[in-house]
Design a protein around this ligand. Structure first.
Ligand SMILES: O=C(O)C(=O)C[C@]1(C(=O)O)C=C[C@@H](O)C=C1
Length: 378
């Protein structure tokens, strides 16, 4: 057997890697010229047919299954890097994508109407008052979708909807609705969710036999509620509806799990406060407008995209963020209606639509994805 000498093998690898690097740099120089051609002709950077042909041609040169697969991966990466280079050059020539958003100094806050889902005293109501102030012109509608339609059809200037809870995670339905309706995220607000056990003013803990609330709130307070085994727990559509029911039925044995604000509104007494076991329970609400604007200094961009249904597609989309040095804050996937086992992705990234890096990344995603929608910058 040939005597193996690691040092000698490494020296040969070093020589070969230097050649590869030199060739890689030469290839990128040519891609620079391709970019110049594309700047002048307006031809898109991404050419899937050419990439497919290229991958077929180079894999045909390989001699084993292993190197064929490796060649495929290697050249997919090289062309991805080539695209990044070209997007950067296009952006430097002022050929950034038109995002369709206008930057404003501040969001309009005077004489605005705000729709929220639920009833008075619900957490949605609380979030609306927290963001727009206690004197704000807020009104409620029945469903989350109703709230979006109010904005879309111009009856409300804004609507406010929960999108994520620190313990329960994403409010998936609202992600789906964001794609369905022509509304844009213009702001967000975080509302600490702290449940109280609310009873009639004359009630005491010993009187309670039945507790009403939304299933989520019952669950979030289950440790406390289960320590009172004789209490019957009954679900309602909303925490505030539970409080209203207790106030209206005037039965001393009934209590509701809802916010202290709901208690105040319906004249109930807090028999116990902060009964949710996760004390760091915060819900993030988004504020939606039908006008695509973003406030100067906004630092979070939300997008939604569908990639091609093939290996590496998501990886390539996210590569656009990585190559532009953008920090991804959140990713969520949702099934695409009518297409089983295919998903669309919702991504929050750090930055502003006026940043060159964000513009560059979004241009890349928009060319390479099946569809891209910018949901907002706030
Ligand atoms: O040939 C082109 O049009 C290029 O932009 C070059 C290149 C490559 O690196 O080979 C890069 C991107 C395209 O999607 C296809 C191929």
């Amino acid at each position: 057997m040939k005597e193996l000498n690691l040092q000698n093998i490494r020296q040969q690898l070093d020589v070969m890697d230097a050649q590869l690097t030199e060739l890689f740099e030469k290839r990128m120089e040519l891609c620079r010229e391709v970019a110049e051609y594309k700047i002048h002709t307006g031809k898109p950077v991404y050419d899937s047919t050419r990439e497919k042909q290229k991958l077929e041609a180079v894999t045909a040169l390989a001699h084993s299954d292993f190197t064929r697969k490796g060649t495929y991966e290697l050249f997919s990466q090289i062309m991805t890097i080539s695209r990044r280079l070209q997007y950067g050059l296009l952006a430097a020539h002022g050929q950034a994508m038109d995002m369709g958003f206008t930057m404003v100094e501040d969001l309009k806050r005077e004489n605005v109407r705000i729709a929220y889902q639920g009833v008075e005293g619900s957490y949605g109501h609380g979030a609306a008052l927290q963001y727009f102030g206690r004197e704000a012109d807020v009104y409620h509608v029945k469903t989350m979708e109703d709230a979006m339609v109010e904005v879309e059809e111009g009856r409300a200037d804004y609507c406010i909807l929960p999108i994520e809870n620190s313990s329960a995670g994403a409010v998936s339905d609202n992600y789906d609705l964001l794609v369905k309706h022509d509304v844009y995220i213009v702001a967000e607000t975080e509302l600490p969710v702290s449940h109280a056990l609310l009873g009639l003013p004359e009630a005491s803990l010993e009187d309670i036999r039945t507790v009403y609330s939304h299933p989520q709130a019952l669950m979030q307070s289950s440790r406390y509620l289960n320590s009172h085994r004789d209490w019957k727990q009954i679900s309602t559509v909303n925490t505030a509806v539970a409080a209203k029911k207790v106030a209206e039925e005037k039965n001393i044995s009934q209590a509701a799990v809802a916010s202290p604000a709901a208690g105040e509104l319906y004249g109930l007494k807090a028999l116990e406060t902060s009964i949710n076991h996760n004390k760091n329970n915060v819900t993030r609400f988004i504020i939606l407008s039908r006008i695509p604007v973003y406030k100067k200094g906004s630092s979070k961009v939300s997008i939604c995209f569908e990639g091609a249904h093939r290996s590496g597609s998501l990886y390539n989309m996210l590569g656009n963020l990585i190559y532009n040095d953008i920090n991804m804050l959140m990713i969520e996937s949702r099934p695409i209606p009518g297409r089983s086992w295919e998903y669309r992705f919702f991504v929050d990234a750090q930055g502003s639509l006026s940043d060159a890096a964000i513009q560059n990344a979004l241009k890349g995603i928009s060319e390479e994805a099946v569809s891209l929608r910018i949901l907002g910058n706030y």
